[in-house]
Design a protein around this ligand. Structure first.
Ligand code: ATP
Ligand code: MG
Length: 576
């Protein structure tokens, strides 16, 4: 057992239910059933909420979305769509220190890119006045009080899992005094930390969340939407249930760590007797091996410059996966395949990669690219001679057509496809050996040219003119290698990615230095790609034959000087 992986089940490739893949079957119908769908179907049958379904995706705009958020997005938008319902996008913006318009805009772009449309864009901050009015009601009903204890004192009075808490000396202030103090807090009469507003529930509750939780704290911080209008900001647990209720949400889907908060969710709505009382339902969050899925950790990766930014193709962010070449369909398929359960499980990175590989195999056109070129001269061809060859864009999809590629006397092949000391079963080019050039002649290596250091710099070959589209006479040539014409290809930059971390659960380490993979990015600046790729559109995706799936980098690629990111290798490399 790996010491870094907590004892949780893991989803492995072999255990993925392949029948769940929508993109493979072309099915656009409903996702596989799960316990949440069962609850919703029951509620619809019982005419609860008049049979309506309204969900919400509630990100805090304090960072970029990651693949874990995609699970929540696919679930919330997915069930809404499947039951003729709607889904709101709600920004949970109650921590002004950490939130910004930049993050909000990035989140919207990511949700749209994933292919979802929200019914309404809302903000918890839209409800600040309503939330305050509700707080006044709680105070008037004797259900909330202003506590003037210090944070330290409150921590001490909270008790522990085994000991009950102690009631604050301020707990029995009169509603009038509480109201006066709450207004003072709101008006900025007090400093941060002087008072908080707390619910008056039960300091002896077995559930620590019910021990008079804080509802409001003083923060004299500028809010990116409400400016300086507020000196107090509501806490998450208080804000969330009321925002759900105000919007008329029917099913409030959240991750398992909120299970112990559900009694508080229900207490607030029951105590205030709000007209709408949504049902909170918890599901397991996504944990993915060899990466981190927490905005706090992702911010560290960006700030400590382990990556180039939020959209670095090694990041598990939606924008990083996008720049890496992932498709929205592949990410949605991944969310379907892993399913929704109540049990935390680790998912292997291979599961995510399989989803994008399957999608790109079906959708991307084939091209020839030589990542680490060596020059090869077909010495028995005339210098001016060229051959115009037809290549199919996709072996299984003739409707994607063909393209032409020029073959000439000087070409490039990949350094990997030549060996002076070949390992057993090597079927590529060796000194004196024959190999077929993809879609072209069989050639034979006649001479190997090296530089002073003994590095191979050029290969001289002969060709068999009778082998164009035909098998060679009297011998078998098994190997086929790809190539590009030296003159009729363009130089490209190619970025090869490996996992960012060396450990399956990097978050368990205090220090990223210990678990970061120093070789997670390899940049090849002299790769050669066929001429048809010279002016590729940003985000165009291709299979480079025999090499992998690549995307045109949406930031750095320029006409005439394309930059490609490797999305994924052709075959699973995790099993090694
Ligand atoms: P983080 O720890 O990364 O900041 P968060 O839960 O605080 O995550 P929010 O912006 O509050 O981030 O999350 C918005 C929604 O996405 C919530 O409903 C949350 O439960 C869900 N979510 C976040 N991370 C995951 C995950 N790993 N798997 C599934 N859902 C997630
Ligand atoms: Mg959060």
């Amino acid at each position: 057992m790996d010491p870094f992986i907590p004892a949780q089940p893991r989803m492995q490739l072999g255990r993925v239910n392949k029948t769940m893949s929508k993109s493979e079957s072309g099915d656009t119908g409903t996702a596989p059933s799960n316990f949440i769908r069962t609850i919703i179907e029951k509620d619809i049958a019982a005419d609860k909420h008049q049979g309506r379904v309204l969900t919400r995706f509630p990100p805090e705009p304090n960072g970029y979305l990651h693949i874990g958020h995609a699970k929540s997005i696919c679930l919330n938008f997915g069930v809404a769509a499947d039951y003729n319902g709607l889904c709101n996008l709600r920004f949970d913006d109650t921590n002004p220190e950490k939130e910004s318009v930049e993050y909000m805009d990035a989140i919207k772009a990511d949700v749209e890119w994933l292919g979802f449309k929200w019914a309404e864009q809302r903000h918890a901050s839209d409800y600040f006045q309503q939330l305050y009015d509700y707080a006044v009601q709680l105070v008037q009903a004797g259900k909330a009080y202003v506590d003037s204890s210090s944070a330290e004192e409150m921590r001490e009075m909270r008790g522990s899992l085994t000991e009950p808490g102690v009631e604050s000396p301020y707990r029995n202030r009169s509603p009038e005094e509480n109201l006066r103090l709450l207004e003072g807090m709101k008006n900025g009469d007090f400093e941060e930390g002087e008072h908080v507003l707390r619910a008056k529930i039960d300091m002896a509750s077995g559930n620590i969340n019910m021990r008079d939780p804080t509802l409001y704290r003083i923060r004299k911080t500028h809010h990116f939407r409400t400016g300086d209008a507020w000196n107090i900001y509501p806490m998450y647990d208080y804000t969330h249930c009321l925002s759900d209720s105000i919007e008329g949400i029917t099913h409030s889907l959240c991750t398992l760590e909120f299970e112990d908060h559900r009694p508080l969710y229900d207490w607030v709505l029951d105590t205030l007797q709000t007209p709408c009382h949504p049902q909170q339902i918890e599901f397991a969050r996504l944990s993915l091996e060899y990466t981190v899925l927490s905005k706090r950790k992702l911010i560290q990766l960006v700030e400590q410059q382990f990556v180039s930014g939020w959209d670095d193709p090694r990041m598990p962010t939606i924008t990083g996966l996008r720049r890496r070449g992932y498709t929205p369909a592949a990410i949605r398929d991944f969310c379907d395949r892993i399913g929704i359960t109540k049990n935390d499980a680790w998912i292997e990175m291979a599961v995510l990669e399989t989803c994008v590989r399957d999608d790109l195999n079906a959708t991307s056109e084939r091209r020839l690219a030589v990542l680490d070129p060596i020059k090869l001269v077909v010495t028995d061809m005339a210098e001016s001679e060229t051959l115009n060859l037809d290549f199919s864009n996709h072996p299984q999809r003739p409707e994607l057509g063909t393209r032409q590629m020029l073959f000439s006397r000087e070409i490039y092949i990949d350094r990997d496809d030549f060996s002076e000391n070949p390992p057993p079963k090597y079927q590529r080019l060796i000194p004196g050996g024959e190999v077929r050039l993809r879609g072209c002649y069989v050639i034979k290596c006649e001479k190997v040219i090296k530089d002073d250091q003994g590095k191979v710099i050029e290969l001289h070959c002969s060709h068999d003119p009778a082998t164009l589209g035909k098998k060679p006479e009297g011998r078998k040539v098994k190997g086929v290698i790809h190539w590009v014409s030296a003159e009729h290809s363009v130089e490209a930059e190619v970025r090869l990615y490996e996992p960012l971390f060396t450990q399956p659960n990097p978050a368990a380490s205090e220090n990223f230095e210990e678990v970061i993979n120093p070789d997670s990015l390899q940049v090849l600046v002299n790769s050669r790609v066929e001429a048809s790729l010279a002016n590729s559109e940003p985000e165009a995706r291709y299979q480079f034959e025999r090499t992998g799936y690549f995307v045109v980098d949406r930031v750095d690629s320029k006409p005439g000087r394309p930059v490609f990111n490797r999305t994924v290798t052709l075959r699973d490399t995790w099993s090694k």
